[in-house]
Every structure is written in C-alpha cells, then in structure tokens.
Write a protein that binds this ligand. Structure first.
Ligand code: MSP
Length: 695
C-alpha cells in the first residue's frame, strides 16, 4: 500500500467532571472512524485523545464526592477511557493532563512564554457578575450591566499572569485568510473572524490563584496555570514536544496535526488561543480545526436532572457497539445539530442494519449454501443488469473518498449503505430463486451470487473503519479477509471457487420498539434517582468540608474561564447548579396586580451575537409585535421557538440587553436545585394577545 504521508488526528480531551455522555462519545467515535479510514487509505496515522483534569469545577466535584481531586480524576478519567475502549476507539495515546510528562512540559511552556515576554504579570481588574461568574471590562458592559444576563456587576481585582494576545492577532487573521481550510465548516470560520478576531483581542488571563487544583506556575507557585492553556498543550506534549528544544522523533514526525476535531462550543479556543500560543512558541499551526455540531437528546441538551442523558454503555447494552457507532455517525449532519432518541435508534437500526445490511448478507450466504454448497464462483454468465451493479460497487470508494476528504462522514456512510441497497435491488432484479428452478440457468445463478458476494466484500471493506467488528464478522462469513482500499475500484477480488461459511449468524436482530422504550424508561428513572442521591451526598460532603452550594467554592479567578467563552455547563457536563433562592420579600396582591400579562406567539427567534445566554424574540401580541430579549438560550434552541405560545409581561419598563431593546419579558420558572429554566406556556386554546388573568 502506498504511504500517503502522516496524519495526526486529535479529539478534544474530555472533562473529568463526570461520566461522558453520548455526545462526548460521538466525538471519540467520529475521530476513530476518520483515523481508521485514513490508516486503511494508506496514511501513517497517530490518533490522540484523553482527559482534561484540572480546574475549579473538578476540585468542587471531588469535594462533592468526598474525594481528593486526584482520586476523583483517577476515577472519572478511568470512566472516560473505559467508554472510549468500549466503543472500540483505536487511539495511540490517551493523554491525561495529570500525566507527569504533560504537566512538566506545560510548566516549561509557561516559563518560556514568560521569559520571552509573551506572558507578563499584572493585575486583573474588572467588573464581576456573580450570576454569570464572569469578569468583564467596563467597555464590555451594556448600560453598566452584565452583557450576558443584564444583572448587576461589581468591581473585583486580583494578581494574575496575562498573555499578550493582541500581539499575534494580525498574524492569525492573515493565516486564516490565507488558509481557507484551517477552520471548518466555513460558517464557523466566519463566526470566529467576525465575532472575535476582527473586533480585537484582549490579553488573556492565564493563571489563577483562587483554587489549587491545577499545574502550578513553576516560578510562582501560588498561581496555577489556566486550564485552557494547560489543556490545549496536550496536542503537542502528548507526542513529545519539548519547550527547551529537545522534542522527540514522534513530535517531529507528526506535528503539525492534520486535524483537531472538536465540538462547536470550543472552536474559539482552538482557532484563536491555540494558534496564538503555537505562534508564540514558534511552532507550526495545525492544518485544520473542525467544529462538529452537537448531538441532542430529542432536540434538547442532555441533563442528569431531567434523566435524559444518554450514555454509551447503556446504549451498547441495548443495541451493541456497532449499532451505536452507526447511529451517531450516520445521523449527525455536517453543520447542524443532530438528534438522538430511543425511537430513532430503533427505527434506524431496524431499517439500515437489520434489513438492508443484515438481511442482505444472510440471504446471500444462505443462497450460496443452498444452491452451491457454499462455493461462490464467477462462471462469467453476465447479463446487462450486471453493468449498473458493478459500477455502483466499484464507484463506491471514489464517492466515499471525496466525502471523507471533506469530513462528511455521514455522507460517506450513506455512499456505502447505497451499495448494500443496490445489492438488495439486484436480488429483486435477478430473482435467484427463480434461476435455481431452471437447470439451464445454473451458471447465471452462480454468477449472480458471485456478484452479490463481491459487492458485499467491497462495501464491507469500506465499512470497516466505521463498523469495525461488523465488517470483521461479515468477512468471516464470506471466508476471506477484507480488501485493501487500493483494490476497491476493481471488480473480481473475491477468489472465485472459494467457500462462504455454512452457518451465517444474524448480524443485527430486529428490535421491538415497545420493549426498548420500556427499558429506556427504567434507565431514565435510575438516572434521575442517581442524580437526586448525588445531590444529597454532595450537599453532605460539601457541608462536611465547610462549603456549600449556596456559597460556591468558585471565586474570582476562575471566572475568566467563563468570560472567555466556556460555560460551567460544559465544564460539568450538565447545567450548573443554581443557588436556592435567598427568599425574596413578600409582595401584596396589589404589587402583583400591577403586572400585565398577555399571551403571545413567537414569530422569530435568534441567538444574540456575542452572547451565549441571550435569545432575541419577535413576539406577536394581539395586533402588536414586540422585540423581547431573554436569557434562556442555555435551555432553548432558537429554531425550536418559532410558533410557540408564550406568556409575556407587557408593561415592564423597556431595557437594553447586549445592545438590543427588550420590550417585555417572557415568563419562565427556574428549578431551585438545578437552575434549569422552563418557559411558562399558556393553555393552547387561549387567544393570541388575550389578557391572561393570573389568579
Ligand atoms: N475539556 C474541554 C476540551 C479541552 S480540549 C483542549 C471540553 N470538554 S467536554 O468534556 O466538555 O467536551 C468534550 C468534547 O465533547 C468537546 O469537543 C465538546 O464540544 C463535545 N461535546 C459536548 N457535548 C456534546 C454533544 N451533545 N454532542 C457532541 N459533542 C459534544 O470541552
């Protein structure tokens, strides 16, 4: 096989703040399929994944569990690795940010950047929003209030180290402009340029003093290194980068990476901070950062408190590894978020894997056994119908190759499934059971079965990076090894006269939806019970440690992480805990009566640029239309809002949020424990714009 060069691929390293859900696992499976595909395609591949183990959130989680941070991350990193292994991910290194080689290098990198003047010691002075746990500069405030939630801010300051981002911004802009493939998909590139780079970069706070669980700055140990600087460096430390100039042979062979595969939420860290750190280190930049969309449970974010988090191991128990791999790879669109539900999984597995693929293999192998004792022979009795079949089979590799070059993995899988579909159609066209009844058609029957076997072998060889164990099972049934990609454009690779297995096993049994849904219900209830038990345990452990949820262990330093674009939701893998309300003063019925409520219908809804929390609504209330800005993006996706009825307070003083005028407020309720927000919805039969008496 021709060597096409090196291919270093990485995933984001998952937070050790909890068990990763199927969305996180999807990324590992996606990277694995690409890595396997590239290996099969002749590349010298190195695939790295791992766990991100430092930071305040993890320190807090450990305290909740009554464990030391190290014990806690040993447990959760073990869980991540176990799930990646369960899914068959073929990584070359699973790096942990607590690994000594990584931590040592991060210290050296920090020192190098400090010595050369890219990092300097300064004072963080900013306006702090307690609600958002974030620092802002005065310029970032909107009407003197938090640009995210519109809440009050107060001054706060602390000593910290800063990285001179602005120094490298022009070079990065130039790099992105001259390397159109660097950020993909294109929409994400535009977002980075327009929302972040072009408006100008501020210096980045790269150390913390407010907690201990991090890599200490070697020359100033009361500071720990900012988790994102620590975490991003894994891509080079993992293959032996040395800040003192003695990088390993592995590093010289594989860096720069071909692909950093990350979720859409962290693309900014990978396309702004990371390339700038690399420029400062004098290292080449990765070829591509691909920001994949998210997998949502029934269109919603997964949350333990709702009991709707899907975990790979639960899914594997019900469906098997390759069925789960198939679903997530096939269902994820290129740019938009994908949806996973138990129902959809059952439908997809039954139609594609049990019917199209499983039945095809079983029927073909069974017919070879029934008619020719398992011997598959090309007797050259071709007919015109074979032409189209053969070109579909031999053309599949080129189609998949073109899609894989653009990382359109779901489309590549569809190309392969189309071959199986074409083969099924060929069975209908040729009717082997009719040929079998006619002595004179035995050569044609043998040729038809040969063509089917050859088609299955070709498609399955291409399928193997995506569903490796299924591909191996099929190869075993055909009695031959899978083919090298180089040969997939030719027809006739199956050795004529070879025997298939006498007893084909069922690859994917048909699933009963009711049965699966009943099991899903049990899983969901278990999850909800575990969540509540965890809440109770966490409260006890925190109290024993002299901490409480109402007084988060978080203090000023860490908040820059959020201000930099990382929500606690990501850090925790679930929505951040909200403090139990402090108990507002009583209001009289007269106070309440001052508010005027109306039913409205959402006409338009979009995310507010530059804000992770705010949505901007256009709401029709009777004959009137109003613009309302609401901080519920964390819980509601804008595209799902259009057409919904909402309750609106219409006589609220207008306010300006993130520069947008808001003329009213949508009524919603927040869960006092989890902080999750639910919009209040009027009776469906209420007339739009009607006044709604609240009694
Ligand atoms: N630790 C950081 C990454 C540091 S990389 C130097 C992090 N960890 S994470 O555990 O929150 O997320 C790991 C990956 O999973 C990220 O790429 C993230 O975007 C991705 N996903 C998180 N939720 C997801 C879905 N629901 N669907 C698909 N991917 C998701 O961020």
């Amino acid at each position: 096989m021709q060597n096409k060069g090196t291919y270093y691929i990485t995933t984001a390293i998952a937070y050790t703040s909890g068990k990763p859900h199927i969305g996180n696992t999807y990324e590992a499976v996606l990277a694995d399929s690409i890595a396997r595909y590239k290996r099969a395609d002749g590349y010298d591949v190195y695939f790295q994944t791992g766990s991100d183990e430092h930071g305040q959130k993890i320190e807090t989680r450990a305290a909740e569990e009554g464990m030391s941070p190290q014990e806690y991350v040993d447990m959760t990193a073990g869980e991540i690795k176990r799930l990646w292994d369960l899914m068959g991910t073929s990584y070359d290194r699973f790096i942990r940010t607590t690994d000594a080689d990584h931590a040592g290098q991060v210290q050296k990198i920090f020192k190098k950047l400090y010595d050369q003047g890219d990092i300097y010691k300064g004072k963080y002075e900013g306006m702090y929003c307690t609600e958002c746990e974030a620092f802002y500069t005065k310029q970032q405030l909107v009407d003197g209030r938090c640009p995210e939630c519109g809440g009050e801010v107060h001054p706060a300051s602390e000593e910290a180290y800063f990285f001179r981002m602005g120094k490298y911004a022009p070079r990065l802009i130039e790099y992105i402009n001259s390397h159109p493939d660097f950020i993909q998909p294109v929409s994400r590139r535009n977002e980075m340029m327009n929302n972040f780079l072009l408006p100008g970069l501020q210096d980045l706070c790269v150390s913390r003093t407010s907690f201990k669980w991090g890599i200490p700055v070697s020359f100033d140990e009361k500071h720990v290194i900012y988790v994102w600087l620590d975490a991003l460096c894994n891509y080079i430390t993992g293959i032996g980068y040395d800040a003192e100039g003695n990088s390993s042979a592995l590093y010289r062979r594989y860096w720069p990476a071909q692909l950093h595969l990350v979720g859409k939420d962290i693309i900014r860290f990978h396309t702004i901070y990371w390339p700038i750190f690399l420029m400062a280190l004098g290292e080449p930049l990765p070829h591509q950062v691909f920001g994949h969309p998210w997998l949502l449970q029934g269109g919603e974010k997964m949350s333990k408190s709702k009991g709707n988090v899907l975990y790979a191991d639960d899914l594997v128990d019900l469906f098997g590894v390759d069925a789960v791999r198939y679903f997530v790879l096939h269902e994820m669109p290129y740019e938009n978020d994908g949806v996973i539900t138990w129902d959809l999984m059952v439908e997809r597995i039954n139609s594609d894997l049990a019917n199209t693929l499983g039945n095809l293999v079983k029927r073909t192998v069974t017919m070879s056994n029934k008619y020719f004792d398992g011997v598959v022979e090309d007797r050259g009795a071709a007919e015109p119908v074979d032409g189209d079949l053969k070109s579909t089979v031999t053309g599949a590799y080129a189609l998949a190759e073109a899609h894989m070059a653009e990382l359109r993995v779901a489309d590549a899988l569809t190309d392969i499934m189309n071959v199986y579909k074409r083969l099924n159609k060929y069975i209908d066209e040729t009717e082997p059971w009719v040929l079998a009844r006619d002595e004179a058609k035995q050569d044609r029957l043998a040729t038809v079965l040969y063509n089917l076997t050859e088609g299955i072998l070709t498609a399955t060889s291409l399928l193997s990076p995506f569903l490796p164990s299924t591909a191996e099972k099929i190869a075993a049934q055909l009695g031959v090894p899978l083919c090298s990609f180089e040969t997939l454009g030719e027809f006739g690779k199956y050795p004529s006269g070879h025997k298939v297995t006498a007893e084909p096993e069922i690859l994917f049994a048909r699933l009963d939806k009711e049965e699966i849904l009943a099991k899903a219900q049990v899983i969901s209830e278990r999850q909800r019970a575990e969540f509540l038990a965890h809440q109770e345990k966490a409260a006890k452990n925190l109290a024993a440690a002299g901490l409480s949820k109402e007084q988060p262990v978080v203090s000023s330093g860490e908040h820059q992480e959020k201000a930099a674009g990382k929500t606690p939701e990501n850090a925790a893998g679930e929505p951040a805990e909200a403090a139990v309300p402090a108990g507002k003063p009583k209001v009289t019925i007269d106070d309440f009566d001052k508010m005027e409520f109306r039913v409205g219908t959402v006409l338009q809804c979009e995310a507010v640029k530059g804000s992770r929390k705010l949505l901007c609504f256009r709401v029709k209330i009777g004959g009137e239309e109003r613009q309302i800005v609401s901080g519920i993006h964390k819980y509601y996706e804008p595209e799902k809002m259009v057409g919904r009825k909402v309750m609106v307070i219409v006589n609220l003083e207008p306010a300006t949020l993130a520069g947008l005028r808001s003329e009213g407020m949508l009524l919603s309720a927040a869960d006092p424990v989890t902080g999750e927000v639910a919009l209040m919805t009027p009776d469906p039969d209420k007339e739009i714009g009607s006044g709604a008496e609240i009694c």
